[in-house]
Write a new protein. Structure first.
Length: 233
């Protein structure tokens, strides 16, 4: 595996490529951490499965490696849906062009999970959409101009949602509405995993002192990787 930072226009992304290369790519959309050590490990796991990982940088430099989480929360409140989707679109173009990807999918965590759903609704050519405990607030955050649940029926790709049973952001009602919206589609498989008692952000290593969260991650991650690889085939 090789890793590097790549320039895509005025964006900088993290790239992890399997030895020998790959003609499939997963676009990774981080949680609030940005491209920190943990997210780079996620990318390495994707590459180890034989798929190239390209990671969007929501903060254009800062990450939890060097920036207090309080500052990252401030930056999260400044994100603009359309600007972020345009950046992701540029990375998809790079994957399909410079990286020569035959098939591209997307996976996101927390804020990235919400954006994965939005991107799936925006780009009908995606091979898959994977959303880990997506941060869909009820009521919606002030800067959330797009409704991920309302747009979910227009996602053409197979979708996997990994839901935290004790999520304090995605309410039970909103989760049920998201599930119904996805299952209303006439095409595109819908796979929903529910992890009872797991907290929002259970994928984060910092939450793995709770064995429920760690077990949810240990069970879900191999399945998410397998789903990504199967839908990219």
């Amino acid at each position: 595996m090789t890793t590097s930072s790549v320039a895509v226009g005025d964006l900088t992304a993290h790239l992890a490529r399997p030895e020998g290369g790959s003609d499939t790519v997963m676009l990774l959309l981080p949680m609030i951490n940005g491209i920190d050590a943990q997210v780079r490990e996620y990318a390495a796991d994707v590459a180890a499965s034989g798929v190239t990982a390209l990671v969007w940088d929501p903060w254009h430099g800062p990450s939890l490696d060097d920036t207090p989480k309080e500052r990252l929360f401030e930056l999260m409140g400044e994100l603009d849906d359309e600007k972020c989707l345009a950046e992701m679109g540029a990375l998809l173009d790079y994957a399909r062009g410079e990286l020569g990807a035959r098939r591209v999918g997307v996976i996101g965590w927390c804020l990235g999970g919400r954006f994965a759903l939005l991107l799936g609704a925006r780009d009908s050519d995606l091979a898959n959409v994977v959303a880990y405990h997506p941060s869909i607030w009820d009521p919606a955050a002030a800067n959330h101009a797009l409704d991920a649940i309302a747009l979910a029926p227009s996602i053409a790709a197979p979708v996997m949602v990994l839901h935290a049973g004790a999520d304090t952001i995605l309410s039970t009602g909103s989760f049920q509405a998201l599930q119904a919206a996805l299952q209303s589609r006439e095409s595109g498989a819908t796979i929903v995993h529910v992890y009872p008692g797991a907290a929002h952000g259970f994928s984060a290593r910092a939450r793995h002192d709770d064995p429920v969260n760690k077990a949810a991650w240990d069970i879900s991650w191999p399945q998410a990787l397998a789903f990504a690889k199967a839908t990219l085939a």
